[in-house]
Design a protein around this ligand. Sequence first.
Ligand SMILES: Cc1ncc(C[n+]2csc(CCOP(=O)(O)OP(=O)(O)O)c2C)c(N)n1
Ligand SMILES: [Mg+2]
Length: 321
Amino acid sequence: MPNKETLLEWYRQMTLIRQFEEKCHALYWDKRITGVYMHLYSGHEAIGVGAVAALREDDHAITSYRDHGIALARGIDPKPLMAEMMGKKTGISGGKGGSMHLASREHNFWGGYAIVAGHLPLAAGIALESRYNDKDAVVLCLLGDGASNNGYFHEALNMSAIWDLPVIWLIENNGYGMGTAVHRVSGQPELHKKAVAYGMKDLGCVDGQQVLEVYEAVSEAVAYARERGPVMLEAVTYRYSGHGVSDRQYNTRLEDELRDWLENKDPNKLFCQYLQSKYKGIDEQLHQLDLAMHALVEEAVEYAESQPAPTYDDLFTNVYA
Ligand SMILES: Cc1ncc(C[n+]2csc(CCOP(=O)(O)OP(=O)(O)O)c2C)c(N)n1
Ligand SMILES: [Mg+2]
């Protein structure tokens, strides 16, 4: 069982993610963050924080375009992240990636990919490097429910199985791929069972709104992957905003459904209540963390706005032809 200090650190991260996302949303509608796409992680916090907490520093993480929360959980400073949102030169990806392509080699965080399931073969490749060079680092690959119907999913899972690659395939099942419900597009709506088709270990399904449950399940998955090879786990969650910022969501989803997930299954509220019941008198400490994360996000915005844009010459760096 993680100690109080660790639990408070998770609370800090979950709060930071929610506040960062809410700020990004406001900045987008204020046209201070531009671009067509930005996919928020609000609602998924317990998965990102619980799963990344189960990794060692030399392990790897890779995810889809819904990547801000994983970048923050991996310990990347909010300042270069916010600068990236605004396309600044000092952004974590040099201002050329934006919201969907956050990455940091130093943090073994490999992105941020816009193509649905496009990062799955890359996850297999990173894991192959680890195995080939006799390292024991594992790869945490987070993917959406929709991604589990893409051809890359089949190829990458199959390869990981035949080569015993140390990958944790963690499906963040938020019920929808854009506006399409899982049961309408997946022949097997119990997504974790897809592991069976590849002879892969299926660790089942976990409540993605409970950070401790996610942490425990992913820890088991990590131990399995490190010793034996690929493993699949599903975490059920919900996104609190539209698919991306330009999607107002209410066209496609029932307001009652959203209200239920917000009122009764908000991962941050549930974890706050858990901490309050476990540690009497912790309220003031939690309140101080809320304030500190608010200040941290504000500082990140101030920093990002003060940063220069990439130059003409920057267009030609890190381009492979
Ligand atoms: C190969 C490909 N097809 C379609 C799209 C358009 N698209 C972007 S996100 C998305 C839905 C993916 O849903 P899911 O995997 O469940 O992830 P979520 O957005 O729910 O986190 C689609 C169809 C794309 N980016 N790439
Ligand atoms: Mg989805």
